[in-house]
Ligand binder design. Structure first.
Ligand SMILES: *[C@@H]1O[C@H](CO)[C@@H](O)[C@H](O)[C@H]1NC(C)=O
Ligand SMILES: *[C@@H]1O[C@H](CO)[C@@H](O)[C@H](O)[C@H]1NC(C)=O
Ligand SMILES: *[C@@H]1O[C@H](CO)[C@@H](O)[C@H](O)[C@H]1NC(C)=O
Length: 289
């Protein structure tokens, strides 16, 4: 029993491996939209007819003939551009590596052996780059509101979110707005016509806004004080340049004035002496002895 299961698993693995490498097969008789990944292999099946013409009208509305087939020709014709290859046995056009320039409207005109029209078929070929590099980020708008952003590489991206409840979508669904929920992680799945990829992000609760404002004020204060210190330092530097110092040692100037105590005032003085001499009394000529 286990052996059978093992063989079955191996078979499933091989089958999925084959599926991955399988080319995209498009037929003119089926739905007229065909999606191919950039760089992937495309098989375009043509109905068995005596004659057919395959044309492309590309995005610049230019019409080009790719192949003109007649059953009566001895050698099967070579397609143009030569990136296309025609397999006569099963009437398959093969494109080994699809390019963006291959996108366009393909028209197949079929004829019978006498050259009468047997019908025209069209097919829209779309080339898309595969979805890759899904990136998620988020931001807090208010304490209760978080926005989750999803981005990816690739063409024609569509965004899907998990969980799908309590959701508001913006930006062509690439942004998810979470309000008043405690959802801890979200998954963003991105897909286009040919591939899909997904990413997960863990969400923290948004911190309280008063706390944020407080910390902003703190940061502002720190910046201001650093600025003030810097300006102060710069001014000091300027002052030091005016009186240059050597080896960082500061010169201190002091003006010393000395006033001797004895020489306080040198104002000229007028002295009056009154001499009295008892022996030589001033003689009064008017009053002789
Ligand atoms: C047609 O033949 C080619 C070459 O053998 C092969 O690669 C391709 O798969 C065939 N296509 C179909 C639809 O069978
Ligand atoms: C966004 O998602 C909604 C459903 O979730 C869908 O109907 C709509 O088409 C999407 N819009 C785009 C631009 O993908
Ligand atoms: C996503 O891609 C895988 C193959 O890579 C495919 O099996 C699966 O169905 C895709 N899922 C969706 C939702 O398209």
């Amino acid at each position: 029993m286990q052996d059978i299961l093992g063989i079955l698993l191996m078979f499933a693995g091989a089958a999925s491996g084959l599926l991955v490498q399988d080319p995209v097969v498009c037929r003119f008789t089926e739905s007229n939209q065909c999606y191919v990944a950039l760089g992937k292999r495309l098989h375009l099946q043509i109905t068995m007819e005596d004659r057919f013409e395959l044309k492309i009208i590309d995005k610049t509305s230019t019409s080009r003939l790719i192949i003109n087939y007649r059953k009566t020709q001895s050698n099967p014709p070579n397609p143009n551009p030569p990136r296309w290859q025609f397999v006569n046995d099963n009437k398959t056009m093969i494109l080994t590596s699809a390019e963006r320039s291959d996108a366009g409207t393909y028209t197949l005109s079929t004829f019978d052996a006498k050259g009468n029209s047997k019908g025209d078929y069209t097919l829209q070929l779309n080339i898309e780059a595969q979805v890759s590099s899904v990136k998620l980020s988020y931001s807090c708008l208010f304490p209760e509101v978080r926005k989750v952003y999803c981005s990816a590489d690739g063409d024609n991206l569509r965004f899907n979110w998990t969980p799908e409840s309590a959701i508001r979508l913006e930006n062509e669904n690439s942004t998810l707005v979470l309000e008043k929920t405690h959802i801890a992680s979200v998954i963003c799945r991105v897909e286009n016509h040919i591939s899909n990829d997904s990413g997960t992000i863990t969400l923290e609760q948004c911190s309280d806004f008063t706390l944020i404002i407080l910390s902003l004020v703190c940061v502002l204060l720190i910046i201001l004080s650093v600025l003030a210190f810097y300006i102060y330092k710069k001014r000091q530097g300027l002052r030091n340049k005016e009186a240059p110092s050597q080896d960082g040692t500061e010169l201190v100037y002091a003006q010393v004035t000395h006033l001797p105590k004895n020489k306080t005032e040198t104002k000229p003085r007028i002295w009056f002496y009154w001499e009295s001499n008892p022996g030589h009394q001033r003689s009064n000529p008017a009053n002789p002895h």
